[in-house]
Design a protein around this ligand. Sequence first.
Ligand SMILES: *Cc1c(COP(=O)(O)O)cnc(C)c1O
Length: 373
Amino acid sequence: MSAPAVIPQADPRAGYLERQADIDAAVGRALASGRYILGDEVTAFEREFAAYVGTRGAVGVASGTDALVLALRAVGVQPGDTVATVSHTAVATVAAIELAGAEPLLLDVDPHDYTLDVEELAGVLEAGAKVRAVIAVHLYGQAARLDEVLPLARRHGVTVIEDCAQAHGAALSGRRLGGLGDIGCFSFYPTKNLGALGDGGAVVANDEHLIKRLRELREYGWRERYVSAIAGQNSRLDEVQAALLRVKLAHLEADNGRRQTIAARYDAALAGSSLTIPRRREAASHVFHQYVVQSERRDPIRQTLTAVGVGTAVHYPVPVHRQPAYLGRVALGPSKLRHTEALAGRILSLPIFPQLSAAAVERTIDELRRAAN
Ligand SMILES: *Cc1c(COP(=O)(O)O)cnc(C)c1O
């Protein structure tokens, strides 16, 4: 008997192949148009994406990292300002703060839903720390506690930036993430819930002035062609990516639904096992960019799964403040990131993507139960 096929943890190629004809046609249309930067496809995608998220505008940029940098600049974060966020996130969140010239202040996360520890943020603000902005990361596809962060931030004059790179289409109390804070940032990295076939990102906002400023910042600060009103940069979503993102955006709701179906099956099969399954918060819809379990025996379980062909990942094995580039150099909250450090050794991301078959989910569950016993 041949060995069963390897189950990947994520598979952006499957997302392409499923809609190959439509994507190829969209890419062909963009290539034939003769306009490759900031043409009709980007304009149409921005309109459609803003309508989907529910904001007045969306601005296509070159990556999720750039979306955060431009958002920080657009809201007026200045060199030397402090920007609070979490250490349990993609390095990009923290890198963007430094790229904008600001100084990160890294806080802990709630050990059950993996998002910003609001009590620590409150303590820091009430102690009088000068925090200019906070980046709330909607990690793994579930909203950070914006219902608590927003009033707190308003009280202290702190701007709220949403990092929605893992939460396209997720909502809090029925409202899609991205438009709840002052400005929202998305990545279209290929494995994200809405993924390009290359790099891409977007910033969304309701404030027309912010949208205008973002458009200037992404293209040399141009107010009009060859007139740089402000000091900008170059960070543009390209026409080819915009064209294929329009195809994928039309299926995002359905694709998120398929992720939720897989997550529900994992929940049912793993409840009562030795593994800690994701905690869902009532008001928050979860779009399961990742399905993350916890175990004291994470490493041996992961090894066993790898040996039998079940792909897993760890998001993330080393928190940002423990990375060589940041160690001992970035400011940490009073908690010293106790939960963040403990989680790094316990978390495991199971296979999840819209095209993952029911049979592959069942095999993952069987192998995982065996490995965890
Ligand atoms: C992917 C990701 C980013 C960065 O996006 P890029 O497009 O890779 O620059 C930022 N924040 C989070 C939480 C992410 O998951």
